[in-house]
Write a protein that binds this ligand. Sequence first.
Ligand code: ATP
Length: 238
Amino acid sequence: MALLELRDVNTYYGNVRALKDVSLKVDEGQIVTLIGANGAGKSTTLRTVSGLVRPQSGEIVFDGAPIHRMPAHRIVFQGLTQAPEGRQVFPTLTVNENLNMGAYSLGNDREAVEANRERVYRLFPRLAERKAQLGGTLSGGEQQMLSIGRALMARPKLLMLDEPSLGLAPLLVQAIFDTIRAINEQGVTILLVEQNARAALRLADYGYVLETGAIPLEGPAEALLHDERVRKAYLGEA
Ligand code: ATP
């Protein structure tokens, strides 16, 4: 069953049409990846789903309800959160306080907040060790973990990740991808935007290729890994 579906979504920045009739589906329980070059519209797709930018036309349905006219915070309440590109942690708040910021949709349910925090700390033991440290003093990899952890605090059904491997050392990239798999195994459906197409397709069930705002190619991730066009354009093969 599709947990998230975009149907013919068009998003503009002024006169620039950044998304052109984008249609895609994320089935419940899956990891779906959206790959593409710089400026292809990957972040715009996630921002449109999150309600941070409005589509000019098309429909977005999440968990059976249309969300394309919902304010961003209501979309979070529905169970859809995003870990933004470039980490964007609050530098002057501690790790614990950063996590609290992700839990506002749980209201005053302190028990639920604490249970989620424990779950995040189990996924990211390094964050637990640094819970009193200021966000701005963490390493790049730790900030990435915190950004993902914060998005998990709302206990989402669907987590969207924008370039979680960006700027990380290879060893950390693997660790982040392993954690994404662990999050998925806990029952969270994942929509993953990545420039690291090979790693993303190895992790995902299904993939979409985005080129200048449109989707020319989609398929099971395994098939895309072996697709000649994908290999040439995105996997650096001759
Ligand atoms: P990147 O990996 O570099 O973030 P991307 O695939 O996520 O690339 P987007 O950031 O979604 O691409 O950008 C899609 C297009 O929209 C690009 O042509 C970009 O220049 C344009 N664009 C993005 N944000 C804005 C904005 N706030 N105002 C105007 N144009 C924008």
